[in-house]
Design a protein around this ligand. Structure first.
Ligand code: PLP
Ligand code: ZN
Length: 562
């Protein structure tokens, strides 16, 4: 099918023109704020059937992208990332409907791949051979990969805050790296002046048509995947022709300039307009505390954000101090469809990042950790209700920044004496390995009738390595186990059939052998004053299920094992 036409419409005067990537402003009024508009009615009718036959990448929605002819020679299979259920995170937050849009799985491991693919394809189509970008890291990496394929020369202006490993990757692709000692907003100014002097194409972030349009594909994919997952068959394309498609209640993303959510919103809005979905998700925009101009303006009810001149954050990816009109546009959308702006600290982001690696098996970069930390904050504040479905954009892959996250002692060393190395005697190896043997580690009994909860607690404790763990599935088993094994600590559930946690606690306290073992109670139950009284003086800590994070539990455990 040949592409239907699309036009570029000015947000300020409504004037329409055809698209050229080199034209950066409205020919009528000069405004740089414009958007692409498509023949929605015709496309809406055809889309559900068209896409079912196409590969799962961003080009399956080509009728809604500002490229006349997709270029298969440039394609790296961008987009089409999986939507993963986050069951362990959900269990800990008592929030079963959490999904992760795994953008790490793009060709250069961040969601900027979508932007780079659409922009570089449009530049190539327009015959442009040289381009300039300013970046906090990931844009430069993604553009570099696609520019290399397209034979386009790229100049990348990076703030000196960008981790050296990311800068080297940009250079590896053959891009000319220019390090700017200063903030990201300053790097943008230098890049703009350089492009102006040389008459080169400058990528204008949220003001660039191709960038915002590319982000719509995240919304299209989420709606498609949500429809497939919520039906019976995982990822099946059956049923996409039955309208409406389903959408989650929330979309959460960490932001720097805000181009991502702006485009994602436009994607959902277009689906809505075409009658494919019935509801646009609420969007939660998360910033880091040290650079949160949008959150401050939102809380004060302001239409314009006051720029943060010197951002204070280790998370360079998110250090845009001046969001400009992007904030104003996002705010308007969020006021219309619900949603919020929220901020978290660097430390909260690092914790969330560590947590996602330990509990979900996803190594994400700190910027993505910001989105997960934002989710935790909004769930705890009751702003996201337990029955609402949430998709979090896990926007990028860990770069070598882990030293900010892992404390001391993250590895154990097995040092083999050199002669034994040569002979490789079995005794030598065993002697060395005995240093990591578990029989000297503190012993903990986990008592809970729900095997998933036991597994989760086991996982939290084991992720730190140094415990010997026993499990009991009911009160009777628990007492027997504790008498026999003499653990240093008991983690006890209250509600269990037959012999409940209260009875276990009382039995342990009644026997001199076990009376001194500390007990941490973890319960999903709202306790009555009488029940609280029954526990008083007998247990060390009471933790509410769904209300503790893995680190909190670890802190408690460590405190009692000292
Ligand atoms: C760019 C980026 C962001 C912020 O995205 P914007 O929508 O441009 O503000 C968040 N996370 C990662 C990994 C990014 O690369
Ligand atoms: Zn105009």
């Amino acid at each position: 099918m040949t592409n239907l036409s699309f036009a570029i419409e000015c947000l300020d005067c409504g004037h329409q023109t055809s698209f050229s990537p080199l034209q950066s402003g409205c020919p009528n009024c000069g405004s740089v704020w414009r958007k692409a508009v498509y023949e929605y009615e015709a496309i809406g009718k055809a889309l559900p059937n068209l896409i079912a036959r196409r590969p799962y990448n961003i080009w399956r929605y080509r009728e809604l992208l500002p490229v006349r002819n997709p270029n298969p020679d440039l394609c790296l299979n961008e987009g089409g990332t999986p939507l993963l259920r986050a069951l362990n995170l959900g269990m800990i937050l008592s929030h079963p409907n959490l999904y992760l849009k795994d953008e790490r799985q793009g060709p250069t491991a961040s969601f900027k791949d979508r932007q780079a693919a659409v922009t570089i394809t449009a530049l190539k189509e327009a015959g442009i051979a040289e381009a300039v970008i300013a970046s906090t890291g990931n844009v430069a990496i993604a553009y570099s990969a696609y520019a290399a394929r397209a034979g386009i020369k790229l100049w990348a202006f990076l703030t000196s805050l960008v981790p050296a490993a990311k800068m080297r990757e940009v250079a590896l692709y053959g891009t000319q790296v220019i390090k700017v000692t200063g903030s990201y907003d300053q790097a943008k100014e230098v890049a703009a002046e350089f492009a102006r002097q040389r008459g080169l194409y400058l990528d204008a972030g949220a003001k660039s048509i191709t960038s915002v349009e590319s982000m719509k594909t995240i919304a299209f994919e989420i709606a498609e995947q949500f429809t497939a997952q919520r039906g019976n068959s995982l990822q099946s394309l059956e049923g996409l022709s039955t309208l409406p498609w389903k959408t989650p209640d929330w979309y959460i993303q960490s932001v720097s300039g805000g181009m991502g959510p702006l485009g994602v919103y436009k994607g959902f809005e277009e689906l809505y307009r075409m009658g494919i979905i019935e509801r646009i998700p609420k969007i939660a925009v998360i910033q880091v505390e040290g650079c949160a101009p949008m959150v401050h303006a939102w809380r004060q009810g302001l239409e314009d954000a006051t720029p943060v001149r010197s951002p204070h954050t280790l998370i360079a990816t998110l250090a845009t101090g001046d969001p400009g009109r992007t904030y104003t546009l996002l705010r308007k959308q969020i006021l219309q469809t619900g949603g919020t702006f929220e901020m978290v600290s660097d430390q909260e982001a690092f914790r969330a990042m560590h947590f996602l690696a330990k509990m979900e098996g996803l190594s994400i970069e700190p910027a993505a950790g910001v989105a997960v930390a934002g989710l935790i904050k909004l769930v705890r504040a009751g702003q996201i209700a337990p029955d609402e479905s949430v998709v979090i954009n896990v926007s990028g892959h860990t770069m070598p920044i882990e030293r900010n996250i892992l404390g001391e002692g993250w590895s154990k060393d097995v040092i083999l004496p050199s002669e034994q190395m040569e002979e490789s005697t079995e005794e030598g190896l065993l002697a060395a390995l005995s240093k990591v043997a578990i029989d000297r580690f503190p012993r903990i009994a986990i008592v809970d009738d729900n095997p998933d909860v036991r597994r989760l607690i086991r996982r939290i404790l084991q992720s730190q390595g140094d415990y010997e763990l026993f499990e009991a599935a009911n009160g009777v088993e628990a007492i027997e186990l504790i008498r026999f094994r003499r653990p240093n600590l008991v983690i006890l559930d209250l509600m269990m059939p037959e012999m409940d946690g209260f009875a276990v606690m009382e039995a342990l306290k009644a026997s001199p052998d076990t009376a001194e073992i500390p007990i941490i109670v973890i319960t999903a139950k709202e306790l009555s004053p009488g029940e609280k009284e029954r526990l008083r003086g007998h247990i060390q800590t009471l933790m509410q299920k769904g209300d503790f994070m893995s680190e909190d539990l670890l802190d408690e455990v460590r405190a009692f094992l000292k």
